[in-house]
Ligand binder design. Structure first.
Ligand code: GLN
Ligand code: ZN
Length: 652
């Protein structure tokens, strides 16, 4: 789980906090006027600081937690306004309690709530933790916080928390909010299992003090299953979106307090059983093939340096080769064509013709710009995960299953419900069509298994890595088909590899190990002369650089333009790197056209720390959100900068 999906506050020693937005209070009042009593939720003061970062130029030794003194008074103001508005509860989200915190960080919680204690008087105060287990030292701290009358735990993603509560006990007179209904996934709850957990907790916290809850906020699930008109009733019976989850919470609470709704529980049991045994879910052959992969290592037989030599003989590229990340502008026309095809308003032949025309336009466009390794532009794809999911077995799609991702951006993740396999080639047709239009190499374009996994709702009846290996197997077959069809450069995007990194350090190595392994499965069976690229949407990977090297791709292109220094520092610090690398030379997220000079500077900076014969020149991500009128001058300047530097390097 990645927490980067929020706007990260940038703080420093000179900062002055003041009470600016009264949103929480306004919303509390709004609900109250409608007759609904709510618990106002605030990000807890310590998590707020721990999830912030140092503003530019601030000494690295500056402790963000030293700002606690300054921020607590603002929290007091908010709390007193809430009280005045009639609130009887307030919730502080302190999800950082599940991280590996040192004793100073833990002490900050004790300090913060001690300082708040007086102002909290007369309120019920809930401190919520979520997304993972609370480590035992943090558990001791959170259960001992002053002024706090309730503590919430994620009992879905915190698999060890139940044991911890059993072993360490729970303070008398505090409420225990038991997050037994998964707030981050879309599966119907196993109600009888949850009821067992709740009964155990009731024995510890007491009947009056146990509160049934979701594991975290419902921000991460779509709103309501009733909006799904295209899913069949069997699959629907396995799912629960936010509205259904609230019902589950209610029914669980009723079963504890009043009486069990037998009909609801037995329908749930039937659905659970059908999901377990459904032939749509289970594919023995896939299970066996994927688990056979797990045991053995997957390594390309030849080291990367020799592979690059072999590839160069075949591809004959100039130094500082230029390329793009895959997609080209998605015009209104294109979207219309895809939609009309989906709605059967145009025939397959018409669709193919239109897409081929677009590919031809994009190929020609790149040739005119004199780019070295071309792409087909991805005009047939709505989304880099959905496109593959739609062609793989084991995936289902919602029509309205939107969830918030970055700020106001929303995504509609596919649902992986069964064993994954690839009935037939998925990209070979388009890639070979593109290759037939040019003598320059066309890069086959795939989404990697880890990214497909991380950007989908994943099964909870299998371990994540098991599903990932199944996807890897499907993508491996696709890579081999592309190679056999004459595509000699294949990019396997792992845009979201870093997003799956577990929060706790102790679990990170294991994740990185299987994630890298899954990627290698897709790519290790190709010939030395086939060049494997990968692309990542994060430059912030200094901490996982060794895993990236381990992926053993021939060329890695990465988002870099917005934090070039950070990336360069990795190499300055002596990380040995032999594969090709293309740190993005300009930011595609902005419509601004970078000048040749600016791009040249950026390449020069990289040349200072990287060998010239491993460096690639490319934008930092796909171009699909840009306009052709922006892309054309930007790429022209990029190519000009690369060509200029080639001449300079040749004469040096
Ligand atoms: N190949 C994809 C594209 O160019 C990669 C997108 C991404 O990294 N998010 O759009
Ligand atoms: Zn990207």
């Amino acid at each position: 789980m990645d927490w980067s999906h929020y706007i990260v506050p940038e703080l420093g020693p000179d900062l002055k906090f003041s009470y600016a937005s009264h949103k929480t209070v306004a919303e509390y009042k709004e609900a109250k006027e409608l007759g609904i009593e709510t618990i106002p939720v605030l990000i807890g003061p310590v998590s707020y600081l721990l999830l912030s970062k140092l503003a530019e130029g601030v000494e690295i030794s500056f402790s963000l937690l030293s700002l606690l003194q300054k921020i607590i008074p603002v929290y007091k103001e908010v709390v007193s306004e809430l009280k005045a508005a009639g609130a009887t509860w307030v919730q502080f989200d302190e999800p950082t309690l599940v991280l590996d915190l040192d004793s100073d960080q833990l002490k900050a919680f004790t300090d913060a709530y001690t300082q708040l204690e007086e102002s909290l008087h007369g309120l019920n105060v809930l401190v919520e933790t979520y997304f993972a287990d609370v480590p035992s030292d943090a558990y001791r701290v959170v259960t001992g916080l002053r002024g706090v009358s309730a503590i919430g735990f994620d009992l879905v993603h915190g698999e060890k928390t139940l044991k911890l509560i059993q072993n360490l006990g729970f303070p008398p007179n505090k409420y225990l909010f038991a997050g037994v209904v998964d707030g981050r996934n879309i599966w119907a709850n196993d109600l009888s299992a949850s009821l067992r957990t709740l009964k155990t907790l009731e024995g510890i916290a007491g009947k009056e003090k146990l509160v049934v809850s979701t594991s975290c906020s419902l921000l991460h699930t779509p709103v309501d299953l009733v909006n799904e008109t295209k899913l069949d009733s069997e699959i629907k019976s396995w799912l629960a979106f936010a509205a259904q989850k609230i019902m589950e919470v209610n029914e669980l609470a009723k079963a504890l307090r009043v009486e069990k709704n037998e009909a609801f529980f037995s329908a749930n049991a039937v659905a659970q059983a059908s999901r377990k045994s459904s032939p749509r879910v289970n594919d023995k052959a896939v299970q066996e093939a994927a688990s056979a992969l797990m045991g053995s290592d997957h390594q390309r037989p030849t080291p990367v340096t020799s592979r690059l030599d072999a590839q160069q003989k075949k591809l004959n590229l100039p130094i500082l080769p230029t390329t793009t990340i895959g997609s080209f502008p998605q015009t209104m026309d294109l979207r219309r064509i895809r939609r009309e095809y989906k709605e059967s308003k145009i025939s397959e032949a018409e669709y193919v013709k239109a897409i081929k025309e677009e590919i031809s336009k994009v190929v020609q466009f790149q040739e005119e710009l004199d780019i070295d390794v071309l792409v087909h532009g991805e005009p047939e794809r709505n989304d880099m995960v959905e496109y593959f999911g739609e062609q793989l077995k084991g995936f289902a799609f919602t029509v309205n299953g939107w969830v918030q991702s970055y700020g106001s951006r929303c995504v509609k993740p596919p649902i992986i419900y069964g064993d994954v396999s690839r009935p037939k080639p998925m990209t070979v047709f388009w890639s070979t069509a593109a290759q037939s239009m040019t003598t320059r190499p066309i890069k086959g374009m795939l989404t990697g298994p880890v990214t497909i996994l991380n950007w989908s709702f994943v099964r909870n009846d299998r371990l994540r890595f098991e599903t990932c290996y199944q996807i890897a197997l499907a993508m491996k077959n696709e890579v081999e088909d592309l190679e056999a069809a004459g595509i000699s450069v294949i990019q396997i995007d792992e845009a979201a590899l870093r997003e799956g990194l577990p929060l706790r350090k102790s679990e990170q190595a294991f994740y990185l190990d299987w994630a890298v392994h899954a990627f290698r499965i897709t790519s290790c069976y190709v010939k030395d002369t086939t060049q494997i690229h990968t692309h990542m949407c994060y430059s912030n990977f200094n901490d996982i650089i060794h895993s990236i090297i381990d992926m053993d791709a021939d060329v890695v292109t990465i988002e870099n333009s917005r934090s070039a220094e950070k990336l360069l520092s990795v190499f300055r610090e002596g990380v040995r790197y032999h594969a090709g690398i293309g740190p993005g030379v300009y930011d595609i997220h902005s419509p601004r056209i970078p000048s040749t000079e600016e791009i040249g500077d950026s390449i020069n900076k990289m040349l200072a720390v990287l060998e010239k014969n491993v460096l690639w020149v490319n934008p930092d991500c796909g171009l699909k959100t840009r306009k052709f009128s922006e892309v054309k001058p930007a790429l022209a300047n990029m190519v000009a900068a690369a060509q200029l530097l080639r001449t300079q390097l040749a004469s040096a």
